[in-house]
Write a protein that binds this ligand. Sequence first.
Ligand code: DC
Length: 246
Amino acid sequence: MSNSVFKCGAVAALNTQKSIRKNANIYAIALDGPSGAGKSTVAKLVAKELGITYLDTGALYRALGLVCLNNDVDVKDGIAVENCIKAVDVNIIYEGGVQTVTTDGADVTSKIRTPEVSMAASAVSAIPYVRQKLLGLQRGIAEKSSVILDGRDIGTVVLPNAEYKFFLTASAEVRAKRRFDELTAKGQAVVYADVYNDVVTRDRNDSTRAIAPLKRASDAVEINSDNMTAEAVAKYICFTVNGDIL
Ligand code: DC
């Protein structure tokens, strides 16, 4: 972990950020970073510890990517994607710490974690119409209660006034290894070299697209998790928010 993570200055600066939220009693944590950095594991731990809502924004892009794949739509064709998803009602529900993602009421949760859907999500997420469709949904959830959102553009575009912002990174090798272990544990037959190539390709797609690219917000604290467990990262975030050691 980089030493700068625990600098008091960075923490103090975050805590003094002004909120323009209508309800001053709620707050938002933006957790951005590249694929496989461990954002969702960390976000779930933080949400549980702080008793706040967790929104996995990547799942929304995945759900729309899946709809395109199921309809044989070229995920790089903006017009075709727009026509395909325009009328699709995408939703995310959390009950008892379990996330359910639906498209037109159908539960697609178990179908959105394949390598094909990862690449499709990355492709459709570069299409302005797709980002616009999901923006209001994400902001609406963040207005209702205290939240932690994980994604690529939360601190820069979705919630630029979030009270707390973090950018979670790790080397491509470490991220590919984590993703490989995760997919293998789920029984998916994957090859490490393919997973590594997907990670690097998605990094390139996500950080070079014209609209809302993956990038650290200037006021986000960067955390390198190469040598940190998800628990340690979550503990650091909770410490920053609570101003107390857990
Ligand atoms: O976090 P994830 O791997 O589930 O995200 C899948 C894809 O969705 C990712 O490659 C880029 C896109 N995405 C995005 O563009 N913006 C977000 N806030 C979240 C995900």
